[in-house]
Write a protein that binds this ligand. Structure first.
Ligand code: FES
Length: 172
């Protein structure tokens, strides 16, 4: 006749082995998937994904529009939506230019002043023309343009952050 104590002990060992195995597999999958994705999923050619900003049909010539949208911030484990904005400007010829909303001086967010017809930064009073040129103030370079395209009336941008306070436009 089998020893019931011995039978219980072996069933308990088997149960613990199965549980520990399942937990180890789950932990390996959780930790390993981001690594596998980083190794085998190719990033976009420029390293920056396109973000959908929105329709540009309401964008009038000479009247910049601040357009808000979301990008997906990624670290090894999480994809977190991040709220962004850009200034879109349509020229008289109908071309669209897109500026980062970050002042190239020290990184404040500047605004469009419809009264003066200028972009103005509230932090240290840099002033920019509609075409992004520095008109006055300490800004060391023009407004930073962003790579963009328009598909079927919808604006897409490659969101990029640039180094503030330097004369050369440099992505960070
Ligand atoms: S941050 Fe805009 S002028 Fe200084």
């Amino acid at each position: 006749m089998p020893d019931p104590d011995l039978d219980f002990a072996s069933r308990r060992r088997a149960f613990l082995r199965t549980t520990v195995g399942a937990l180890s597999a789950a932990a390996a999958a959780t930790l390993g998937l981001p690594i596998v994705r980083a190794l085998f999923v190719a990033p976009p050619a420029s390293g920056v994904a396109w973000s959908r900003v929105g329709p540009v049909d309401a964008l009038g010539a000479g009247s910049p529009l601040e357009m808000k949208f979301e990008t997906l911030g990624e670290d090894a484990f999480l994809r977190t939506p991040e709220l962004r904005s850009v200034w879109a400007v349509r020229s008289g010829a109908g071309n669209i230019e897109v500026y980062s909303p970050v002042c190239p001086h020290l990184g404040c967010h500047y605004l469009w002043n419809p009264g003066s017809g200028r972009f103005e930064c509230p932090c240290h009073a840099s002033v920019f023309a509609l075409d992004g040129r520095v008109l006055s103030g300490p800004a060391p370079r023009p407004l930073d343009t962003l790579e963009h395209r328009v598909d079927a009336g919808v604006l897409y941008v490659r969101w990029t952050q640039f180094r503030a306070g330097v004369a050369r436009k440099t992505a960070v």
